[in-house]
Design a protein around this ligand. Structure first.
Ligand SMILES: [Fe+2]
Length: 179
């Protein structure tokens, strides 16, 4: 039995506090680890969210998102320009990481992140995400204001860097669904 039921409002309050603490990355990571460790508790108490992604809170210091990824759909490669802490509470996220630092775009590693697991991403890391077998559900803490930061998308074939915008994102998502 859980000591305390998961409460989304409390999680948001705790994540906001972590973001302005002395060591935001470590604080956000330990909050996320403690939260998703009891993934059944989150599943039982998380409000139903219809859309695949929803911004739960944002200010200048932190952006908190709910993210659901579907098998068969690959999110276009992108960076974040800020630190990110990802915590999966259902299913598994499949990440592929890319590097373009030598003028050559290539996949450098993959990571399967299952329920109860947490990953930290650095500002310049480029990744794509999909889910294995069933939809994955996760909470993401971005240590900055994600909606206004200037960041990039990368085309699937050559990894050409283009500005992150809703229009460009949808174009790439469409290309991906045709292949
Ligand atoms: Fe991402």
């Amino acid at each position: 039995m859980s000591v305390k039921d998961f409460n989304l409002e409390q999680f948001i309050a705790d994540a906001r506090q972590a973001a302005v603490s002395e060591n935001p990355i470590l604080s956000a990571e330990s909050l996320m680890k403690a939260t998703v460790a009891d993934c059944e508790n989150i599943i039982a108490n998380m409000p139903v969210i219809e859309e695949c992604e929803r911004m739960l809170f944002e200010d200048d210091t932190v952006s908190i998102w709910y993210c659901r990824f579907e098998p068969g759909t690959v999110v276009p490669a992108h960076d974040h320009q800020m630190h990110v802490v990802v915590g999966v509470y259902q299913g598994a996220e499949e990440h592929a990481f890319f590097d373009n630092s030598n003028g050559e775009y290539k996949e450098i590693k993959s990571l399967s992140l299952g329920a109860t697991e947490v990953a930290k991403l650095s500002p310049n890391q480029i990744h794509t995400v999909t889910a294995t077998n069933t939809a994955s559900q996760a909470l993401h803490i971005y240590l900055g204001k994600l909606s206004t930061v200037e960041r990039s998308l990368f085309t699937f074939d050559s990894g050409k860097e283009i500005p992150f915008s809703v229009e460009n994102y949808e174009k790439l998502a469409q290309v991906n669904s045709l292949t």
